[in-house]
Ligand binder design. Sequence first.
Ligand SMILES: Cc1cc2nc3c(=O)[nH]c(=O)nc-3n(C[C@H](O)[C@H](O)[C@H](O)COP(=O)(O)O)c2cc1C
Length: 296
Amino acid sequence: MIVNIDQNLCTGCGICGDICPRHILEIITRNDEKKVIVSPERSHLCLKCGHCVAVCPGSCIKVVGLKSEEFIPIKESGIHSDQLLSLLSQRRSIRRYKDKPIPRDKIHQIVKAAHMAPTGTASKSTGIIVIDKPQILSAFSEHIYKIYEDLEKNLKNPIARFFIKRQIGKKKYRSLLDFVMPGMHWYIHWYKQGKSNEILRDCPALMLFHSPIFEPMGSENCLVSAFHAIMMAQVVGIGTCFNDLIPPACNMVPEIRKLLDLPEDREIYSSITMGYSKYRFNQNPQRRLAEFRYID
Ligand SMILES: Cc1cc2nc3c(=O)[nH]c(=O)nc-3n(C[C@H](O)[C@H](O)[C@H](O)COP(=O)(O)O)c2cc1C
């Protein structure tokens, strides 16, 4: 059984069953006593999210694969809503970095936060790869520019264009033509001139988030995890920027897959460049939603 309940300790309070996202725990009455049991019909639906273990007042639940030492006691966060809003409002995408390495203890802090991100289906399948060695970043850049240069050439050929459109779908194709490639033309030009690297932006570290191809919420998991990383990075004084140009290139180019040692069944879904911000932002524009309303 995946979930084991110590029936000697269980008081049948049922809190575990109430919060179980997959409804696998049921209250039964046995000898006039309430007890919680694992539903024989639904036990296989368990996500191993650990909610039942975390909430049980009597510590009587164990889930196979979740070690008790991995559960951390919950303390008051002590964070005031104004502090969180201030943190969120001060975050900016940082695209210019100081030529200064990020100490790995800071990277570990950032990864720790990424690690705590919620995941669809409570999966623990998100992986993170960090490249913080200049020579590897430089080799990585070479491959990335090569693929975009080839893509630019291929997009000029109607037959190749047809196959690219069929492969990536109409929506991505339009975004490629209307948004990505017009800027990319210049990025390639400047890179070849040795003027600048507008894809990796000479970042001292690149963080890549990967997930199994068949993970139902893999790309969303990577994005949420990346955002956790971004917020922690801000707290420890590191600027970040999402980068959508890097993941597709990583997934397509065998040399990059090899460089990353990325297993065949995984893809990179999010990436963030990171480093100490070269410049200081003195003010931020108001961010607005398209709308916010209630239905009353
Ligand atoms: C999902 C997502 C993808 C993004 N991709 C890129 C990207 O590929 N390159 C880039 O320079 N910025 C990227 N950004 C950053 C946005 O351009 C940026 O958030 C936006 O311009 C607002 O600026 P701010 O982050 O400084 O508030 C991305 C942001 C999000 C949320």
